[in-house]
Design a binder for this molecule. Structure first.
Ligand code: GLY
Length: 262
């Protein structure tokens, strides 16, 4: 079964971290409505949504993708690259401990889940202001016994690696190739965002559907014309907090005993 952990929008969201966009007022009620619509869509697309309560004092805490990576075998709890967000991990770790053995990356390593793009047994990890080489080194050591390869990717133009590239099907990457070093991705098929929509690469592929923010109609048209099933979702209020679509959920499978040990 596919599970999606989410967390309600914090009443403090207007004090969120911002790195690559300017601050604008955020309407909390509208942000909450959009987040609820996101949760409804996740459920409609086949996931069991586990919605954690909002954290009143942690402005960015709805971005549950960042404090952890969930693999089939373990969950890796991460020291976030910005100090104001480090308090987000413990309650998420508590929830994840119901499903996976927990393993920790430790400071001075820093790592955020938004920088980790998993494709099969490969973990592409963005080197950004949030994720450093020591964090990547520790992650590689942790996941190697489980058969994962960690590949560093230099990112320059955006917050996280997945702000610039996501995997939307088998071998196909939706990307803004100006923002990262594409060399480690040799052999993948590229679908480029429309040049007028540089932030459009963060798509959520789930249950055979690709979800893309309504604010990127040209990129949506490009993907749709390639015969993918694309669903738009309005996250315009959340985008003021530098949200993408992947960052507001932590997706992972749970396996029945018979499925894992046939
Ligand atoms: N506001 C999202 C982040 O900076 O982590």
């Amino acid at each position: 079964m596919l599970n999606a952990i989410t967390r309600g929008v914090s009443p403090a969201i207007s004090r969120c971290e911002l790195s690559f966009i300017d601050r604008k007022p955020i309407d909390l009620a509208r942000a909450r409505e959009q987040h609820q619509a996101y949760e409804v869509l996740l459920a409609k697309l086949g996931s069991r949504v586990i919605s954690l309560p909002p954290e009143p004092d942690l402005p960015d805490s709805m971005f549950v993708e960042d404090p952890a990576i969930v693999l089939d075998e373990i969950a890796v709890i991460l020291p976030l690259g910005t100090e104001s967000r480090r308090g987000e991990a413990p309650s998420l770790a508590k929830e994840l401990s119901k499903y996976r053995k927990l393993v920790y990356v430790e400071l001075p390593g820093t790592l955020e889940g938004g920088d980790v793009l998993r494709i099969g047994r490969k973990l592409f990890v963005g080197l950004t202001k949030r994720s450093n080489a020591e964090g990547v080194r520790q992650l590689a050591e942790i996941v190697k016994p489980h058969g994962y390869e960690v590949i560093s990717v230099a990112v320059t133009g955006c917050l996280h690696l997945k702000s610039a590239v996501t995997c939307i099907a088998d071998n196909a990457l939706l990307a803004n190739r100006a923002w990262f070093d594409t060399t480690p991705f040799a052999g993948y098929e590229w679908i480029d965002v429309d040049p007028s929509e540089p932030h459009a690469a963060n798509a959520l592929a789930i249950g055979g559907t690709i979800v893309l923010p309504t604010s990127f109609p040209r990129t949506r048209g490009r993907i749709g014309s390639l015969d993918y099933r694309v669903t738009p979702l309005d996250i315009s209020e959340l985008q003021k907090a530098e949200a993408g679509l992947t960052c507001s959920s932590l997706l992972f499978e749970t396996f029945s005993h018979s499925a894992r040990n046939p």
